[in-house]
Write a protein that binds this ligand. Structure first.
Ligand code: AMP
Length: 391
């Protein structure tokens, strides 16, 4: 898979093309600009978050091969900020441009079953699963796994969309008929009674250097990430194990760039990988101020074949997401604050999205303090996320 062409160095001054113009592309471009790179992004929404900070935005649909060809022509290297890149676009970019992350990584992570097979091939465990091809097959597998269990679409799902937790016999048919409408393969997973959800982001460069960021403890509300707490409040040997398995996955899959590894931790200390993402990840936003190198800078270093940066944590941190409904309360709170808080350093990141719809990711805060408890209590005393925290 690794060709000599992949070892090419992309030096500052070069232009990086980003497929997708959302917040991940925006923060990637902001980090890359500090390093002296130029950016062109492709996104269907005019004045997209990344387009606002890039040299140029090509406004076109993600599957528009002609527009992607223009991106290829204008850039020295191409990356992406989401994994569901259209197959025809991927093929064209692979032929016409330089995509160090390759097409295989996308092909694998676009499909839950292929992804699980790749994780298992790295010697890492996933929740027991079975491919589902019929209602009878589903009933049989539910019988074997027991309830609850989780039926998921193999492609297209995110933030809990495209999945159904089956809790009773009566739901089986409904779950099957509903998810079948997505017209994709289905997979049934055993329900893992996890104690915590954690994630590790690792980076690998074409020269084979691999580094993992400290594991984050993630708290979701309504299936959307709410908090990332670092250091995770988990035994040190488990954190080490989590970081090692992310490195093993990055090496086994010959990842170039970032790979985010989401996992479940059970009360008896077992780790099961739930999902991978071959890109910067929401649970890695804490690195922006808390680590010596941010995940965005690291991704650029990796795809450009520069030496990777230190992933050392400089301060305990809690990242809290700012959804549409939180934007105004956050702004009001900051406005009303008469002096900087003593117990925490609060860094506000807003993504420049035009419309603050409820549940839409609009920004995040990184709250740095001596301890994660102090950071959490600062978040609590703002009362902005109160109703969510008590759920
Ligand atoms: P996903 O779309 O796979 O990231 O799943 C969204 C959320 O559903 C996860 O963050 C978990 O909280 C929950 N979940 C997914 N799969 C399982 C599973 N096999 N067992 C228990 N909870 C799950």
């Amino acid at each position: 898979m690794m060709t000599s062409d992949k070892a090419k160095k992309i030096l500052p001054g070069s232009t990086i093309g980003v497929l997708g113009g959302g917040q991940l592309g925006r923060m990637l471009a902001l980090a890359g600009r500090h390093m002296g790179y130029r950016f062109v992004t492709l996104d269907p929404t005019p004045d997209a978050p990344c387009g606002q900070v890039a040299d140029r935005q090509i406004t076109a649909a993600y599957h528009d091969v002609t527009a992607a060809a223009i991106l290829a022509e204008q850039c020295d290297v191409i990356t992406y900020e989401f994994e569901n890149v259209d197959a025809a676009v991927t093929e064209m970019l692979m032929n016409e441009s330089y995509v160090p992350q390759g097409s295989e990584l996308l092909y694998t992570t676009q499909h839950r079953i292929r992804e699980k097979q790749a994780i298992e091939a790295a010697g890492v465990q996933v929740a027991p699963y079975e491919e589902i091809h019929s209602l009878a097959g589903l009933k049989e597998a539910v019988g074997r796994f027991g309830m609850p269990c989780v039926l998921k679409t193999a492609t297209g799902g995110y933030d809990g969309k495209g999945q159904w937790v089956i809790r009773s016999e009566e739901e089986i048919e409904d779950a099957y008929e509903t998810l079948l409408k997505a017209k994709t393969d289905l997979v049934l997973e055993k329900f893992i009674r996890f104690e915590k959800e954690i994630s590790v982001i690792a980076a690998r460069s074409p020269r084979g250097e691999v580094r993992a960021f400290p594991a984050a403890e993630n708290v979701h509300v309504d299936n959307i990430l709410h908090l990332s707490i670092v250091p995770a409040r988990v035994d040190a040997h488990i954190l080490q194990k989590a970081e090692q398995l992310a490195v093993r996955i990055a090496e086994s899959m010959e990842v170039i760039g970032l790979i985010a590894v989401e996992m479940f931790l059970t009360p008896d200390g077992e780790l099961y990988v739930n999902e991978l993402a071959p890109r910067p990840h929401n649970s890695g936003h804490y690195t922006m101020e808390a680590c010596k190198t941010s995940q965005f800078e690291q991704h650029i270093r990796a795809i450009c074949n520069l030496p990777l940066g230190s992933t050392e944590l400089m301060s305990p941190v809690v990242m809290v997401n700012v959804l549409g409904e939180h934007v105004q309360p956050v702004l009001d709170f900051l406005e009303a604050q008469e002096k900087d808080p003593e117990e925490a350093t609060v860094k506000v990141h807003l993504y420049g999205k035009h419309e603050a719809k409820p549940k839409r990711k609009m920004g995040h805060l990184n709250v740095l303090a001596d301890t994660t408890e102090k950071a959490l209590s600062w978040i609590e005393q703002t009362r902005i996320w109160e109703s969510k925290d008590s759920e």
